[in-house]
Every structure is written in structure tokens, then in C-alpha cells.
Write a protein that binds this ligand. Structure first.
Ligand SMILES: Nc1nc2c(ncn2[C@@H]2O[C@H](COP(=O)(O)OP(=O)(O)OP(=O)(O)O)[C@@H](O)[C@H]2O)c(=O)[nH]1
Length: 544
């Protein structure tokens, strides 16, 4: 869920008002507790002081977040004073008590300048750029080669014969990517001017004949994020375009937040949601496994001090299960003592974020960790040539989809797809060109299928697709369309143009609970497509 900046501000303001009301009830009680401390009998002094220290610790962690920075700092000072007495077991003298109570009195008087402090510095997400690609090429043959690729892969694009036309179009609508021929006259100077007119740098992909150091350096200096040498490998260029676009289209990062202070948890959740992250607050630590299985977080944010069980205990519990070993656990705590932080990290957990933290810093810290965790998870499960799920992982996902479909009674189609006469591609043009064909088909599949569809590289030139909520008939139409697109995609090697095709077999999971059987049926249908002429899609017999 992405909330508009105005709604976010309103919700943050509402939360802050609720926090202020809570303070107005809690602070007088805190003062009473502090004033009673000097007269507390020796046998219960330790207990009373610990209770007060815990309250001050919570206050120190939350006040700054809601804009009461001075209150938070005073609470931290008072907590440290109290902890020192507790640690040394030395009962304070009258002077120490009166200075301690003065600090508490100060903090309980809500300072007007503090309450008027900035409500929130939540980062406002920039408006996403339109996913249109601008192509500026003086060389007609190159322009044709790139535009065929853009059309086949379904990228909205506009073409410009010169930089003046490109520049005028950018003023009207900023594109997601610009592809430009670096060899056309005055290209670098013109692109430099265009970049200087932008508020943020335009993602620029250059195609050029020169591959010397200076050409790359000049490209970098005008903000290029890709440089493709000629003769152009369109698969690589397409991968560059997709990488740039998928930054915007990527599935949002998922963050699970465990904090017993619901108000604080809601504040963090709103800030992270505004940054485009998905957040689930877990109020009951006992439900963590259900929540993990349902929500699949990229990162877990854990409070350290909670009444039911501590953060480090919960982290250890999560680490007992193999499946969640890769998810980073970050403590979000007001604990600033580095020894205490280390003690928590030694038990389990990966990092510490210290409260109070500004909204922007929280967003950046969590975003960076989630991104890294997602990258690592992808390296572990994805095939390096195509970026698709590896054999074992696509089978695993099929089993999960079958379980899910069993509960929801939704149709799921399974596709086995194999490039035709692929051995000849390797024999005629070499293994590297063969790899380029495999990568192109992988890219086309990712581009054309839905985000919820699963695509895996099952073998060398064989792919397994799982299409949830998709009838056989619909799957047939979708794969037929991709088949036609792929058959029209030109490849260039040894200055020759050639085309490839694929065959596919489709089965449905209906009435079956064994993934191997469903795959076998799709494989038989694929075999039929191959033996009846190739470059075609066939449905499994039992599903007809
Ligand atoms: N370039 C490249 N080739 C691969 C890769 N994995 C498998 N191959 C080759 O793919 C070819 C597959 O050949 P076959 O299974 O005989 O089938 P085919 O030539 O595609 O013919 P049909 O499937 O019957 O249309 C073999 O020559 C493999 O060496 C890979 O990752 N890269």
C-alpha cells in the first residue's frame, strides 16, 4: 500500500496527538514514581528504581520519534543516572536525589518549543517517471535494430532523428530511459546539455563503436549507466533497459515490525510505507511463525525490550528454523550501550538501529538492508545467465502454488517450453550466441508474463513456467502470443540475421497433487509439439 504524502502527514499528525495525550497521562505518574524513590524502603528500592528506569528507557526511545527531542534526551540522562546507581548498588545522597528529581520535573513539563518541533521529516517519494523509452539514433540501421527489439519486448518508445527533437520531447515528458547513438555528430556535447537541464540525472544508455578508455570516461561523465559496443548485442541492451525499469517495478520490500509499543510501531510503519515498503506489524510475538509464512519479510525489525519475550529471544527462535536463516534481523532499540548491543547480537540478530531515529534515517537504513537481503536471496535462487529461478526453486514454487490453489480452488497452468533446434544455433554461431538466445527468451518471458507468474530455467534451453489463476485456454493464448513474438525476434551473429523458435506443452494442475505428474504431463505435450513440427504450443491430452 502506498499512501499519498498528504495522507501520510495527516496520519503522522494524528499519531503524534495520540502520543501527546499518552504523555499527559504518563508523565505525572513518572514524576510521582521519582519523588517516591527517596522514601522507598531499602528492600523494595531496587525494584522501584528498575521500574522507573524501564519507563525512562521507553520514553527515551519514543519521544524523539514523535518530535519531542528534548524530552527524549532528558529521559536518557535520567535513565543513565538511575542505571549508574543500580549498577553500583549505591543509594544516592540527598543532593543527588534532588538533582535527579529536578531532571524528571523538567522533562515532565512539556516544553512548548519541543512540542512545536518538526512533526515528521518523512521522505516524500518522488513521482515515478513514465515508463517510456526515448531513442535517438542518426544511423538508420541501428535505429531499426533497436526499435524492433523495443517493440517485440513491448516497451513503449518514441524515436528522434536529432537531439533538438529529443530535447523538446524531454521537456514535455521525462522518459524512464534514453538510448542514444554516441557516434552521431556532437552527441556528447548535446547529451551533456540535456543532462544539465534535468533536476535529476536521466538514465542514459549509449551505443558506440569505440571501446577505448576515453569513450567510457566520456560516457560516465555525461551520466551514462550503460555503454554498448557495436555490433550491438540487443539482448544486452534489452537487459540494461529492463534493469533500469525494474528498479521502479520491483516488488516492494517487505518489513516485519515487532514492537510492543503500538503507537511507535504504527509511526515506523507509516514512514516505511511512504517510502514504498510493505510493512506488517506483529503485536503478538507468539504468532511470529504464522506471520513469517504468510508475509515472507525481507527484513525483520525487532524491539529489544518487550514484556512477553525479549527481542534477542525472539531472534533466536526465528533462527531455529532453517527457512528463515537468510532474513536479516535488526534490533530497533533505545539501547545505546555498545556492550548491551553486542550481547544481543551474539545471541542472534544482525544489526542495531538506535532509537530515536529520524524518519529519513530509518527509511534509508531499512531500505538499504532490505535491498541487500533481496539481492543475496536472488543470487542463491536465480540462474546466473537468465536471472530466472533455478530448477529446484521453480519446482519448490510449483508445489507451493499447488497447495495454495488447493485452498482457493483457482486454476493453475504449467508450461514446459524448449527452444527448437538449439543445437544448430550453437553449432552455427557458437555457444556465446546460443547463450544470448537463451537470455533473450528469458527476458521476453519476464517481460510478457504477469508479476505473479513464475518462470524457471529447468534445463539448458528448457523453461518451466507456473501461471497461477490462469485457465488452460488463457495460458494457451498467452504462450501463443509469446511464441509469435519470439519467432519474429531477429538475432545477429557473424553479420548474419537469423531467427529462432520454441515449442511448448501446457498442463493444468486440476485434480492433481503431485508436482512431478503435472510436469510430466506438460513434458508429454511438449514432446507432441516437437514431433508435430515444432514452433507450436500443445495442451496436455487429459486437459483437453
Ligand atoms: N549455448 C548454450 N547451449 C546449451 C546450454 N545448455 C544446453 N545447451 C545445448 O542445447 C542443445 C540442446 O540440444 P537438443 O536437446 O539435442 O535439442 P535441440 O537441438 O534444441 O532440438 P529440439 O529440442 O529437438 O528442437 C545441446 O547442444 C546443448 O549443448 C547453455 O546454457 N548454453
Amino acid at each position: 500500500m502506498t499512501i499519498s504524502p498528504a495522507d501520510l502527514q495527516q496520519q503522522l499528525d494524528t499519531l503524534r496527538l495520540a502520543y501527546l495525550e499518552r504523555l499527559q497521562q504518563d508523565l505525572p505518574l513518572l514524576l510521582q514514581l521519582a519523588q517516591a524513590l527517596p522514601d522507598t524502603p531499602a528492600d523494595s528500592w531496587q525494584h522501584q528504581a528498575t521500574e522507573l528506569a524501564t519507563k525512562l528507557h521507553t520514553l527515551a526511545g519514543s519521544a524523539g520519534t514523535f518530535g519531542f527531542a528534548r524530552l527524549g534526551e532528558n529521559a536518557k540522562l535520567a535513565e543513565q543516572q538511575l542505571k549508574q546507581w543500580l549498577d553500583t548498588d549505591a543509594k544516592p545522597d540527598a543532593d543527588s536525589y534532588s538533582s535527579f528529581i529536578a531532571t524528571i520535573t523538567r522533562l515532565t513539563r512539556l516544553d512548548e518549543t519541543d512540542t512545536a518541533a518538526a512533526v515528521s521529516d518523512a521522505a516524500i517519494a518522488p513521482e515515478p517517471a513514465a515508463a517510456i523509452i526515448y531513442l535517438c539514433c542518426a544511423d538508420k540501421a541501428l535505429q531499426e535494430q533497436i526499435s524492433v527489439m523495443l517493440d517485440i519486448f513491448g516497451y513503449a518508445n518514441r524515436q528522434f532523428a536529432d537531439f533538438n527533437a529529443l530535447r523538446a520531447a524531454i521537456v514535455l515528458q521525462r522518459p524512464a530511459v534514453v538510448i542514444a547513438d554516441a557516434d552521431q555528430p556532437d552527441a556528447l556535447a548535446q547529451l551533456k546539455i540535456i543532462q544539465s537541464e534535468q533536476a535529476t540525472i536521466l538514465p542514459l544508455l549509449l551505443v558506440g563503436a569505440n571501446t577505448d578508455f576515453n569513450s567510457y570516461l566520456n560516457a560516465v561523465r555525461i551520466g551514462a549507466i550503460g555503454y554498448y559496443s557495436r555490433p550491438l548485442n540487443t539482448t544486452e541492451l534489452e537487459a540494461g533497459v529492463r534493469k533500469q525499469l525494474s528498479v521502479a517495478e520491483r516488488e516492494p520490500f517487505r518489513v516485519m515490525l515487532v514492537d510492543d509499543d503500538q503507537m511507535l510501531a504504527q509511526h515506523y510503519a507509516l514512514v516505511l510505507q511512504q517510502g514504498g515498503l510493505m510493512v506488517e506489524i506483529l503485536p503478538q510475538p507468539a504468532h511470529i511463525f504464522d506471520a513469517l509464512n504468510r508475509f515472507h519479510p525481507d527484513v525483520i525489525l525487532l524491539d529489544v525490550n518487550m514484556p512477553f519475550c525479549t527481542g534477542p529471544e525472539l531472534a533466536q527462535l526465528v533462527r531455529l528454523q532453517q527457512s528463515w536463516l537468510g532474513v536479516p534481523i535488526i534490533y530497533l532499540s533505545s539501547e545505546t550501550d555498545s556492550e548491551q548491543q553486542l550481547a544481543a547480537l551474539i545471541k542472534a540478530g544482525d544489526d542495531f538501529i538506535t532509537k530515536p531515529i529520524s524518519d529519513t534515517a530509518l527509511l534509508v537504513a531499512v531500505f538499504a538492508r532490505a535491498q541487500r537481503a533481496r539481492q543475496l536471496a536472488e543470487i542463491m535462487t536465480r540462474d546466473s545467465l537468465t536471472g530466472l529461478l533455478q530448477h529446484a526453486h521453480i519446482k519448490e514454487r510449483l508445489v507451493l502454488e499447488m497447495l495454495r490453489a488447493g485452498r482457493s480452488a483457482q486454476p493453475v497452468s504449467v508450461v514446459m517450453l524448449d527452444i527448437d533446434h538449439f543445437k544448430k544455433v550453437n553449432d552455427n554461431y557458437g555457444h556465446l550466441v546460443g547463450d544470448q538466445v537463451i537470455a533473450s527468451l528469458a527476458n521476453l518471458l519476464k517481460q510478457q508474463l504477469r508479476k505473479t507468474d513464475l518462470v524457471g530455467r529447468y534445463g539448458g534451453e528448457e523453461f518451466l513456467l507456473v501461471l497461477p489463476d490462469c485457465t488452460l485456454q488463457r495460458a494457451f493464448e498467452v504462450i501463443e502470443q509469446i511464441r509469435e513474438l519470439f519467432a519474429g525476434l531477429p538475432f545477429i551473429a557473424n553479420e548474419q540475421r537469423f531467427f529462432c523458435s520454441f515449442s511448448a506443452g501446457i498442463s493444468a494442475i486440476t485434480g492433481c497433487n503431485n508436482a512431478d505428474v503435472v510436469i510430466e504431463k506438460a513434458d508429454q505435450a511438449l514432446y507432441k509439439a516437437k514431433t508435430s513440427g515444432r514452433n507450436r504450443v500443445t495442451l496436455a491430452p487429459s486437459a483437453l
